[in-house]
Design a protein around this ligand. Sequence first.
Ligand SMILES: NC(=O)c1ccc[n+]([C@@H]2O[C@H](COP(=O)([O-])OP(=O)(O)OC[C@H]3O[C@@H](n4cnc5c(N)ncnc54)[C@H](OP(=O)(O)O)[C@@H]3O)[C@@H](O)[C@H]2O)c1
Length: 342
Amino acid sequence: MANAFFPEKEAYVVAVVGATGAVGQVMLEILAERKFPVSELIVLASSRSAGSIIEHEGKEYMVQDLEQFDPTGVDIALFSAGGGTSQQYAPRFAEAGCYVVDNSSAWRMHDDVALIVPEVNPHAIEMAHTNRIIANPNCSTIQMVVALKPLHDAVPIKRINVSTYQAVSGAGRKAVDELARQTGQLLNAQQPEVQVFPARIAFNVIPQIDVFLENGYTKEEQKMIDETRKIMEADIAVTATAVRVPVFYGHSEAVNITFDGEMNATMARKLLADAEGVCVVDDPATEDYPMPTEAAGTDAVWVGRIRDDHSCHNSLHLWIVADNVRKGAALNAVQIAEILIR
Ligand SMILES: NC(=O)c1ccc[n+]([C@@H]2O[C@H](COP(=O)([O-])OP(=O)(O)OC[C@H]3O[C@@H](n4cnc5c(N)ncnc54)[C@H](OP(=O)(O)O)[C@@H]3O)[C@@H](O)[C@H]2O)c1
């Protein structure tokens, strides 16, 4: 069926850039799960992995070196190979006529680049008619805005104060290995090796994600602030504290929200129960609330602990959990690609 971006296509040449990584691997799974119409699949990574084989849907694919690759003929490229790689190669793919959905932070805040969460601002895809690079937001931002958008549509949000509890997989394959390795080392009374994070992560909590900026926030916190405002298309006051915790998969967030009008927990529970992409698990009587152990491997944004903030009028607390590699990265990117071919 014809569509706005590909008037004459029914199946697409899809390249996954960073296919050997934590996000790239899940992108491949999700393309298959959602039966994305792929006519040819190309898997790319750095020269380190070039020549290795990825098994996918019963077939073997040889990983190609991005540096040597000619993007001519690729319809859609899903990039998850770091900011520097996207900065260098995404424009080359776009110039060759390919639509790039980029998971890194390289292009997110460019004025002419759409930053999309399909449940929130799918209309921003229009920008792809003039700039073929489309940005996928930060994982912590995605899950938060999916839950906040239906509330904001009912009563405008004035202020958001979020604290995150972020899984190690948000920092990639090597970070997952580091938590496993350090846990083993500590349980065997050995000195843990610190390679990926600024401090030991096993049996610890680190209040730093990414580098510090001059304003005292970390880059991860600033991303949440800036990206939330861009995606929600609203002048909301946002503040954030981003924390790494020793969890493998699934980011959690404690979010405090103040509205510019009447809002309470009962209203919020109703709005969230009907919201696209959201699952409410919220029953203090049975001690039911979302947790990363249950959110990992799922596609939903899970919301619980919905309650009025008794210290402030028209303010709520929410606890929001999602699989950071799926909805926070790979799934959201594939959903953006689905908008392109819709
Ligand atoms: N993990 C998350 O939850 C998450 C969420 C949102 C966004 N992201 C973003 O997604 C990107 C990838 O994250 P990840 O967690 O998947 O990292 P990862 O597990 O470290 O994987 C990195 C991938 O990028 C490839 N790569 C690295 N440098 C490259 C280069 N110069 N040329 C071509 N390929 C290169 C690697 O290939 P080799 O095998 O050749 O090294 C690997 O496939 C990052 O930009 C990250 O910020 C991640």
